[in-house]
Design a protein around this ligand. Structure first.
Ligand code: NDP
Length: 452
């Protein structure tokens, strides 16, 4: 079977790719299981060299990978280049890991007690369509560095860069079977990762509902699981903040990648004393946000991923109080203008649910306590920002907001050397940084007796 891959900027078919069934998925998992003993036995320095070589090969193909992502996912060319570069950087970062997976020696009587960070075996990685390259890399790179083999399922809508990365891995000398791309449906390929006993860990990024079903499925074999799920992150602007800077950055913090970003700061909380002033600053920043053909170097936002997703996003705006909107191209493709909605209450559907589109919901708050209460009034806890010049308040609010990552006077979310992941229903486990690596290992404790 094959699946057509669509260019979301035009609605035209780009190409078609294989969509694997259960037997083919099982064959890939079994190849990965057979490749595991040799891969885990590769000397740490040699595994590091192979990962660095893979990074160099990715670096030689940045433009090609970026172009694929522009056409397959509608990402702006600027973002797509950053994303391909992120895979390279993550490879270089974790290339330092094989030689640093250092266990402990624990004092005991009568012998020697040491711990080892053992690889798990085959790791199954399920990638969504919103950031196909980085999310793939955040999973497969530390998994390989720790000595596991990997089967990776890209989203059906956006398989092209993952398939290319699989080819580049072979070109770089990663042995056959160690890193395989298994394109196909979540309900078939992804489910097989959950049920096949040779897969020892599943890393999933996507919707909270599917994440819950994967976690439930993995329980049957007590399979390890990492989940990166939805978000409804708050952007909290206090009256004492640099309002111009906060307003200038707010559109990018939610409309980047057309809002299809689990870190999107999609709930804007503004202190009531500066609410009108802040909206007046925000309006020109939104109306000048450049929604263009994503291959145009000036584009800040491209189309949504699919016609169906555009309908879903539109359903949140229908009947809501629109404060103001930007513009988007007419014609073919799944375009949607950046849109700012005024929340009537915290019960509004667009305030509570992850829209995953270029839609920002705004609500005023009275004081610090009110801001924290509103920020935490969600089942999610992934990301967020707060803007203030008061250092004490920055620390108090940072500690009180239930979220895995928070930026003060900034909208940045992700650095590959710092941990990323969610609290509450936004996920389980951490990606990136040193923490992620240990998530691809089990600790083994060995006692060696001195004799008697
Ligand atoms: P899904 O959660 O359905 O898909 C994410 C990935 O999981 C895809 O590779 C998908 O495969 C796979 N998958 C789907 N069902 C299963 C299953 N039963 N077992 C194993 N794998 C499965 O997200 P959608 O694409 O449907 O998007 C829906 C919403 O989810 C978005 O609007 C957004 O709100 C949220 N989302 C959040 C993301 C995040 O980064 N946190 C990323 C993507 C979506 P397939 O290719 O067949 O779809």
């Amino acid at each position: 079977m094959t699946t057509d891959v669509i260019n979301p900027s035009t609605g035209q078919v780009l190409t078609s790719v294989p969509s694997l069934g259960v037997a083919e998925t099982d064959a890939a998992i079994e190849r990965a299981a057979r490749a595991f003993p040799d891969w885990r036995a590769v000397a740490p320095g040699d595994r590091a060299r192979l990962l660095r070589r893979f990074a160099a090969v990715v670096d030689e193909h940045i433009d090609e990978l970026a172009d694929l992502e522009v056409r397959n996912a509608g990402h702006t060319i600027g973002n797509a280049r950053w994303e391909a570069g992120n895979v390279r950087d993550v490879l270089n970062y974790y290339a330092g890991a094989p030689e640093r997976l250092i266990g402990k020696q624990i004092p005991v009587a009568g012998g020697l007690d040491v711990t080892f960070h053992e690889p798990l075996g085959v790791v199954g990685i399920i990638v969504p369509w919103n950031f196909p390259m980085p999310i793939a890399g955040w999973g497969f790179v530390p998994a390989l560095a720790a000595g596991n083999t990997v089967v990776l399922k890209p989203a059906e809508l956006t398989p092209l860069t993952a398939i290319r990365l699989g080819e580049l891995a072979l070109e770089a000398g990663i042995p056959e079977g160690v890193f395989q791309i298994v394109p196909g449906k979540g309900s078939i390929v992804g489910q097989r990762f959950v049920t096949h006993p040779a897969v020892r860990k599943v890393c999933f990024t996507g919707s909270t509902d599917v994440g819950k079903s994967i976690m439930a499925g993995c329980a049957d074999q007590v399979k390890r699981v990492t989940l990166e799920l939805g978000g409804k992150s708050a952007n909290i602007v206090f009256a004492d903040a640099d309002l111009e800077k906060a307003a200038a950055g707010a559109p990018g913090s939610v409309f980047d990648n057309a809002g299809q970003d689990c870190c999107a700061r999609s709930r804007l909380l503004v202190q009531e004393s500066v609410y009108d002033k802040f909206l007046a600053l925000l309006e020109p920043a939104v109306s000048s946000f450049r929604v263009l053909d994503p291959s145009d170097a000036a584009a800040e936002m491209g189309p949504l991923i699919s016609a169906g997703h555009r309908e879903t996003v539109a359903s949140y705006v229908d009947g809501a109080d629109v404060a103001f909107r930007g513009s988007a191209p007419d014609g073919d493709g799944w375009w949607f203008p950046p849109t700012v909605l005024l929340a009537r209450s915290t019960d509004d559907r667009h305030w509570r649910e992850e829209v995953f589109g270029p839609v920002l919901s705004v609500l005023p708050f009275s004081d610090e306590e009110d801001a924290i209460r509103l920020a935490n009034d969600t089942e999610y806890g992934l990301s967020g920002s707060l803007w203030t010049r008061d250092l004490g308040r920055a620390l108090r609010v940072s500690r009180a907001v239930e979220t895995g990552a928070l930026s003060v006077n900034s909208h940045s979310s992700v650095r590959y050397w710092t941990p990323f992941g969610g609290m509450k229903q936004s996920g389980l486990g951490r990606e990136l940084g040193p923490d992620a690596l240990l998530g691809f290992t089990d600790v083994k404790n060995v006692f060696i007796s001195m004799g008697d």
